[in-house]
Design a protein around this ligand. Sequence first.
Ligand code: C2E
Ligand code: MG
Ligand code: MG
Ligand code: MG
Length: 291
Amino acid sequence: KAKRMGGGCAVMANEQNEMETHSATEVEVALRNALSTSQLEVYYQPIYNNIGHLSRVEALIRGVDEFLRKTGPAVFIPVAEESGLILPLGQWVLNESCRQMAEWRAMGIASFQLAVNVSARQLVQPSFAEKVLQTLQRHQLPPQILHLELTETTLMNDFSSMIHSMKRLAEAGVLFSIDDFGTGYSSLARLSELPISAVKIDRSFVLKLHDNAPSVGIVRAIVHMSRHLNLEIVAEGVETADHVRILRELGCDLFQGFYLGRPLSPEALVEKARRDALATPFQDSPAARLS
Ligand code: C2E
Ligand code: MG
Ligand code: MG
Ligand code: MG
């Protein structure tokens, strides 16, 4: 549980669930240090299709030291965005996760795609598209394996300065997903002007999902509209067997959440991908959980 507050404070709950306050400056200094001393790493959370195949992984940044571990990206990413550190940080995550994907592909285990989160500050840079394409090229990755995740709030910023980069990347084959969908105020109609191929239903709706819950109606409406706009539907925050059942009934295409798999270190992700590929639907595998 973490929230970035106004007034330069970053607030988070510590292990005893007491609120701890660190100044944004403290977080910023820690991030700057971590970036210059390579004390950051990328974890990968598996995303499965409705027959339990590993379709995609989402790259999620992690701090190596205890302070940034405890702070977490939900708190330090907003600080990075305000300070401008998100530019080198975001580029680092993109490059590192592409490097990792290339390694996995060379090992013959990555038939899945890569999703990377991108902030508004990155997307409005005139050189953004070029940087992404160069990074893909550096690691000899086809653009079609990359999904860039943008939040609704990102797109509410300044549409016009982003559209150019998005179109350029989309023409090259890069895919775009709307992250945390349903929490902002954008309409899917407006989003349909953009080259988007997927929506990720925010986990706040999934969290409240049970039979007859109001969020069933919300998810159903999102799925319905997304279908008409030819968008792939990803459910995030899948935490229980009931979530899976209801989301599948509603017609979601892809599933991500602690019930199916936590964000993992590269080594642990490889292990999991291997186990998932071997598991029959009778074992306690994502395939079984999704059947
Ligand atoms: P997000 O992009 O929506 O990523 C999903 C977040 O939900 C991750 O939190 C993930 O660990 C968490 N999550 C996944 N499944 C479940 C579940 O079943 N239950 C619950 N309660 N949570 C689940 P994380 O890694 O702490 O990241 C938080 C946010 O920080 C991300 O939300 C994203 O907005 C941002 N972020 C993380 N890495 C990056 C990055 O490299 N660049 C940018 N710009 N933002 C990042
Ligand atoms: Mg995301
Ligand atoms: Mg999300
Ligand atoms: Mg979210």
